[in-house]
Design a protein around this ligand. Structure first.
Ligand code: TYM
Length: 330
């Protein structure tokens, strides 16, 4: 049997370059491999773990599907679906929660970060985030997960759950590994930390036009443009990282040399970089604009995706319930 791949993105708004380079590019790459069976979902249930607007959730969920299709995820090659439309995920999640200790969840760095960010929203759902994620992955027996490096602690939890379930109940879950891209950590444009939807000034969205990209890059911090060594952290290091990702290693090296000799003119660098980023995003935006009118096609993709995913997911849940000693339906 082909190895399975599973990944997802939360339905929390427009995708940014971090999501694109850290996750979707890996999803695309794996989709084209014949030895793999790829499943890609929109994590709408995970979007409920931090404050959200219920009137916007459906639109945001669909936006991610449109982004997936526009970037090139292909329903002929991958199962594309919405997490909440495969209720088996939450069923397996509950069964998994019986082998996870409270202390383990409370000490996860991702959980601690989120409760710092949303001090009034430390819910049980947030605490359980990684358990649901483990269920998303293991319900398909997926062994490869294309996600950014920030998701590694969650994958560690998924591996632990797989081991515990296998030891306690004789299941045969794989130990899922992260599939890393060269953009596994996309830094913030603001100079510190990572690019994130929740930090204004840190991101460029996939739907941004050239003017917006120029404006966002204009806000990125710089220095005098010259020095003995090229900075490895902060605003300039981050800008150069974007040069490397969008204009290639050679262009990066030229800038690094300029920094140590005649100096960099950041106005020129930012203009050139904005053009390079927009060049990559423009075709995606064009396909996306067409897809916005193809409502029936997108509805079909979503419906078929859920049906195909449920077939696999229900088999796993049935097996786990039996192995855990629950009564069978006669
Ligand atoms: P989310 O929506 O927070 O992030 C989606 C994906 O984007 C990646 N990412 C980044 N990669 C590199 N640099 C960045 N600055 C950056 N910011 C975001 C994330 O690593 C992620 O791959 N928990 C998942 C959603 C999920 C999931 C799953 C993923 C739910 N169930 C099962 C895989 C398998 C998440 O972080 O979504």
């Amino acid at each position: 049997m082909k190895k399975r791949v599973l990944s997802g993105i939360r339905a929390t708004g427009r995708l940014h370059l971090g999501n694109y380079l850290g996750a979707v590019k890996g999803m695309l790459e794996l989709q084209s491999r014949d030895d793999l069976h790829t499943l890609y979902m929109v994590a709408d249930l995970h979007a409920l773990t931090t404050p959200y607007n219920k009137d916007e959730l459906k639109t945001k969920t669909r936006e991610v599907v449109l982004d997936y299709l526009a970037i090139g995820l292909d329903p002929e090659k991958s199962i594309i679906f919405i997490q909440s439309q495969v209720p088996e995920h939450t069923e397996l999640f509950y069964l998994f929660s019986t082998v996870v200790s409270l202390a383990r969840m409370q000490h996860l760095p991702t959980y601690k970060d989120k409760i710092k960010q949303y001090p009034n929203a430390s819910t049980v759902a947030l605490l359980n985030y990684p358990v649901l994620m483990a269920s998303d992955i293991l319900i398909y027996n997926a062994s490869l997960v294309p996600v950014g490096i920030d998701q590694e602690p969650h994958l560690e939890v998924a591996r632990e759950i797989a081991r515990k379930m296998n030891d306690a109940y004789g299941t045969n879950f794989p130990q899922p590994l992260r599939f890393a891209t060269s953009g596994e950590y996309i830094p913030s444009l603001a100079g510190e930390g990572k690019m994130s939807k929740s930090i204004e000034g840190s991101y460029i969205n996939l739907t941004d036009d050239l003017k917006t990209i120029q404006k966002r890059l204009a806000g990125a911090p710089t220095d005098s443009g010259k020095g003995e060594t090229v900075p490895t952290t902060g605003g300039v290091a981050n800008l150069l990282k974007f040069v490397e990702l969008f204009e290639g290693k050679d262009r990066y090296k030229q800038y690094a040399l300029s920094y140590m000799h005649e100096g960099i003119r950041y106005g020129d660098l930012k203009k050139e970089l904005a053009d390079a980023i927009y060049k990559e995003l423009k075709p995606i935006q064009e396909i996306r604009a067409e897809l916005e009118h193809k409502t029936t096609y997108v509805d079909e993709v979503i419906k078929n995706g859920a049906e195909k995913a449920r077939k696999i997911a229900s088999e796993t849940v049935k097996e786990v319930k039996e192995k855990m000693g629950l009564c069978k339906i006669k």
